[in-house]
Design a protein around this ligand. Structure first.
Ligand code: ZN
Length: 474
């Protein structure tokens, strides 16, 4: 079996090797940054989509799907937004051989596709809130080095767009999105940092942006999602207004919530180890693989293995029977490197005793009897998921440390937590010292226990400082 690069020392090399080994994607497609979803990768992606759909629909959001092409005239309506995306869009300028009167943008995100239509859908206060989402592919002409799932040009994208009565209601939607992401992340066993980006780093056109970041070794971080409050920044240029109960016409306040296939990259990055990927139970393409282990002396355990597989399938477990003519050891390695949570080994002795030997991706081994098959497997899966989560939470806590001076930020080998006075001047000095980014101010629970904020790490001012994080975004 191939030796993987060290995850701590050479994260990106390790990541690329693990993705390659797991066969989640094929990056040999002849357009850079546009990768093929393999059958195994597609199954994982579909599970991620299901979790996002379930958790966002539980908050009253409904699915929609807007076209992928946006007229230049609509795309250009919000000045900051177009400034932020101009260099990244693909253009469609011809229909067949005929130049188009109005060139079309291949969506990089869907504000400018949706909002002209929202202006038609929203008429009165009774049409609010409007909470809709779509999971579609978006396109960005990425000029930096592309990496599977982390930085691609065709992105599998979840985007919620909402219209609310007023600024306070929009802030409540931001909080509701944060809570929904918390539930998704719990299902992914993924600890994360919710952080309000500084003004100079917010989404183009946003009033403010809350990012969801994870540490990925050293001081490096990866943004895996974001939630934005737009106030009236888009509703004014797009004319999304409603009549309030007194008959007054008002602009809606808007929010968006974006996630992408980066989540799959994050799951690989956080849970993967020296043997490959490790999937949480909710995302795993297969939760259980049954491996018949024939022996020269005994009979063929395959019929009993198949029986177990069928019973698990009826019990709602995502199960696969690996009856390929290959050595059992090779199969164990194959499934471990692909992140399988639990394998059932079934030899003649197990077939005789009506049991299976269950081995988790983290090495826990137990015997499950045929009579207790489904509850036994469920309990082994739950124990594996808990252990995976505990391992991730402990690595997460170790990824942060406090810094009290700019000097201490230099050469940081963890993400740093600092007190910051909130001024751009100090923010930029912090970024220079860490040679990275001021990620923003903490929202919600801190990643490690923190005292009250102290003096600003850059100017020593003590009034109105807040806990902030600094690191080196990938
Ligand atoms: Zn300061």
């Amino acid at each position: 079996m191939p030796e993987l690069p060290d995850k701590r020392e050479a994260f990106i090399d390790w990541y690329l090797a693990v993705v390659e080994l797991s066969e989640l994607t094929d990056k040999r497609y002849p357009v850079k940054g546009m990768n093929v979803w393999t059958p195994y990768g597609f199954l994982a992606r579909r599970r991620l989509d299901r979790v996002m759909e379930e958790e966002i629909e539980a908050t009253g959001s409904r699915p929609v799907e807007f076209p992928a092409l946006i007229p230049e005239t609509e795309f250009a309506k919000e000045k900051e937004h177009i400034k932020g995306f101009d260099a990244q869009v693909y253009w469609v300028t011809r229909g067949g051989t005929t130049p188009l009167d109005v060139p079309l943008v291949l969506r990089p995100t869907s504000e400018t596709a949706m909002y002209p239509i929202f202006a038609l859908w929203v008429r009165s206060h009774q049409d609010l809130p409007l909470n809709v989402y779509q999971i579609v592919n978006t396109f960005r002409y990425e000029t930096k080095t592309t990496r599977p799932f982390l930085r691609v040009r065709e992105i599998h994208f979840f985007e919620e767009h909402t219209c609310q009565l007023d600024e306070a209601r929009a802030s409540e939607r931001v909080a509701s999105n944060l809570a929904a992401f918390g539930r998704m992340a719990a299902r992914f066993q993924l600890p994360y940092l919710a952080i309000r980006r500084p003004d100079w780093d917010k989404f183009p056109g946003a009033f403010y942006s809350v990012a969801l970041d994870i540490p990925v070794g050293g001081a490096r971080t990866l943004q895996i999602g974001s939630i934005h409050h737009y106030r009236e920044n888009f509703s004014q240029p797009y004319g999304i207004r409603y009549e309030d109960p007194t008959g007054e016409s008002k602009f809606v306040h808007q929010t968006t919530f974006g996630l992408s296939e980066r989540l799959l990259g994050a799951i690989v990055a956080v849970h993967g180890d020296t043997r490959g990927v490790a999937f949480p139970v909710d995302i795993a393409p297969y939760q259980v693989v049954v491996v018949p282990v024939p022996s020269a002396k005994g009979g063929d355990p395959t019929p009993f293995a198949r029986e177990l597989g069928e019973e698990l399938r009826r019990g709602g477990v995502r199960v696969h029977l690996d009856d390929r003519a290959d050595r059992p050891g090779a199969k164990y390695y194959y499934w471990e490197s692909r992140g399988l949570p639990l394998r059932l080994e079934v030899g003649p002795r197990e077939a005789e005793a009506k049991t299976a030997s269950a081995v988790s991706r983290l090495g826990d081994r137990r015997t499950i009897s045929r009579a207790e098959l489904v509850p036994g497997v469920r309990s082994a899966l739950a124990a594996y998921d808990d252990a995976l989560g505990a391992k991730a939470r402990s690595a997460f806590a170790e990824a942060f440390s406090l810094a009290n001076t700019l000097e201490e930020l230099k050469g940081s080998t963890t993400v740093r937590l600092i007190s910051w006075c909130g001024t751009p001047e100090c923010g930029h000095r912090i970024e220079e010292a860490i040679d990275g980014a001021l990620l923003g101010t903490l929202e919600g629970a801190p990643p490690i226990p923190l005292p009250a904020p102290g003096p600003c790490v850059a100017c020593s001012r003590t009034e109105s400082t807040v806990w902030s994080a600094a690191g080196r975004p990938l």
